[in-house]
Design a protein around this ligand. Structure first.
Ligand code: IMP
Length: 226
């Protein structure tokens, strides 16, 4: 069975593949990226309008949209950064917080600069923050099969540190490790991250989810034969 990783963000695709690698090996499951579908079709798939009011709503919007567009079971996630001193901002607006930049890298840099400006003078205790990842799995017929959320706690540093990861990774400082998320290896980040937590929770229920889907496919086939 093919499962679609429904995101155009290649950093997320890489992390999701790393996290799910162990649980999908020899399972009969094939993880497919949107880029592979687009390449096979020879035509791009437009991005959906993410007009939900929460990470959960946006994850579901994306999973529904890409399941319908591809006819596959789609796993989508919506993620971002919540900063306590900013009442949870940038939140669902994390990707385009500063509102500038053509490329993902330019937008990330501008977002980080804006966040540091907004927090200028903020005391250590006010810099508490977390990455959040809401995950949604939707069947090819639009049925929500599974949803969960993961979080990754830290605090916002006073300058970017590290070259790993993407987005706000250079600014999320993990006090117990004395490092930012961008200074962790991918294994270290995945073991603690919001995305790691959400996708490991999915990995646990994947076998039963797949059994339900195969059963449904079998039932549909039988009905068709009647
Ligand atoms: P989305 O693609 O609309 O879900 O946007 C998520 C945005 O949140 C990204 O562009 C990043 O700015 C930020 N973000 C989400 N996950 C991470 C992460 O693991 N590290 C750093 N930034 C992240």
């Amino acid at each position: 069975m093919r499962l679609l990783i429904a995101t155009q963000n290649q950093n997320k695709v890489r992390e999701i593949r790393e996290i799910l690698e162990g649980s999908t090996k020899n399972s009969g499951l094939e993880l497919v990226g949107l880029d592979e579908i687009v390449e096979a079709r020879g035509a791009p798939i437009e991005e959906p309008v993410e007009d939900g009011l929460s990470f959960e709503e946006n994850a579901r919007i994306k999973a529904r949209y890409y399941a319908k567009a591809t006819g596959l079971v789609a796993i989508a996630e919506d993620s971002g950064l919540e900063v306590d001193a900013l009442d949870g901002a940038p939140g669902i607006h994390s990707a385009r917080y500063a509102g500038v930049g053509e490329s993902r890298e330019e937008r990330d840099r501008a977002n980080n600069q804006k966040l540091l400006r907004e927090l200028e003078g903020a005391a250590e205790a006010e810099r508490a923050a977390r990455f959040v990842c809401a995950l949604s799995v939707v069947s090819s017929t639009g049925e929500v099969l599974y949803e969960t959320r993961g979080e990754f706690e830290g605090r916002i540093g006073t300058e970017p540190r590290g070259d790993g990861g993407f987005g706000y990774d250079p600014l999320l400082f993990i006090p117990e490790l004395g490092k930012t998320s961008a200074e962790l290896t991918s294994e270290e980040k995945n073991a603690r991250s919001h995305r790691g937590a959400a996708f490991r929770a999915l990995a646990k229920v994947l076998p039963s989810l797949l059994a339900t889907l195969s059963q449904a496919a079998g039932d549909t086939k039988l009905e068709g034969e009647r």
